[in-house]
Design a protein around this ligand. Structure first.
Ligand code: NAD
Length: 266
């Protein structure tokens, strides 16, 4: 029996957007299993309490401010992980953002901002981490967090859906290019996950929440932990023959892109 197959202890892991929601759960779950985690986000307001909580539980965590759109900040985070722990084993590209609007009302700036955060940020972090993995000949795992919107499309979030579709496609290209360096690149596409930031913005009413829950075969929202666990699988040797994959973690969507009216005038 290979009892190390699911082991991620000691793995140096960067989690972007690790101060809230799914990213905070990923950081906690990795730390609870002995990984050394560097969480990043745009402000310390969220990162501080998450890091403190993890340390109280005995986990190894550091926090650093970074806007995923800024290449110099991205490289600084990756350098920090190397300075702290000597290498990078795992990157979870979890940072993401969106706003709700009809496509005809989205400005060029608005569209570009969402593509920058979700897609360009994923590219910049992947590239910076892969260079370290190549230089140090360690190989490693990259897990990108896309969305069911990137698979099915997303009425009232066309910019976000397009950016997340780009993340799925980028995953495949990087998986092919970097396989020879021992770097596996996979993607997770969550469906509706109950996180404070997203619930408030996307599904603020009880009525909407019931509609969304019923738009999945499992008839409920997922949790951050239920996204974190497949990330652990994709960061461990248990997934050693999996690369370029996109794993839907969505309770099986029955709605295909137009699940729930996010705009009252729709
Ligand atoms: P969230 O808003 O709590 O998390 C997003 C994180 O990204 C935040 O910590 C935010 O500070 C960070 N972030 C945003 N812009 C950034 C930037 N420019 N630089 C650095 N960090 C930045 O929401 P969440 O629900 O935890 O989402 C986590 C990921 O899961 C996102 O990529 C999101 O698109 C994806 N997702 C969420 C759901 C859901 O239902 N919650 C569904 C599908 C996909």
């Amino acid at each position: 029996m290979n009892d190390k197959a699911f082991d991620i202890s000691g793995k140096v892991t960067i989690v972007t957007g690790g101060g809230t929601g799914i990213g905070a759960d990923i950081a906690r779950e990795f730390c609870q299993r002995g990984a050394k985690v560097l969480i990043t986000s745009r402000t310390m307001d969220h990162l501080g309490p998450v890091a403190e909580g993890i340390r109280k539980e005995g986990g190894t965590v550091e926090a650093m401010i970074c806007d995923v759109r800024q290449n110099d900040q991205v490289e600084a985070v990756v350098n920090k992980a190397v300075e702290l722990w000597g290498r990078v084993d795992t990157l979870v590209n979890n940072a993401g953002a969106s706003f709700v609007a009809h496509a005809q009302d989205i400005s060029a700036n608005g569209f570009n901002a969402i593509v920058s955060i979700n897609l360009t940020g994923t590219f910049l972090f992947s590239k910076a981490v892969a260079k370290v993995m190549m230089d140090k000949k360690t190989g490693g795992c990259i897990v990108n967090v896309s969305s069911d919107s990137g698979v099915y499309g997303a009425a009232t979030m066309s910019h976000y859906g397009a950016a997340k579709a780009g993340v799925v496609n980028l995953t495949r290209s990087l998986a092919i290019e970097w396989a020879k360096y021992g770097i596996r690149v996979n993607c997770i596409s969550p469906g509706p996950i109950e996180t404070p930031g997203v619930m408030e913005v996307l599904w603020p009413t009880k009525e909407l929440q019931t509609k969304v829950a019923n738009s999945t075969a499992l008839k409920r929202f997922g949790t951050g932990q239920e996204v974190a666990w497949p990330c652990i699988f994709l960061a461990s040797a248990a997934s050693s023959y999996i690369t370029g994959a996109n794993l839907l973690v969505d309770g099986f969507s029955l709605s295909n892109g137009d699940p729930y009216s996010r705009l009252s005038d729709k």
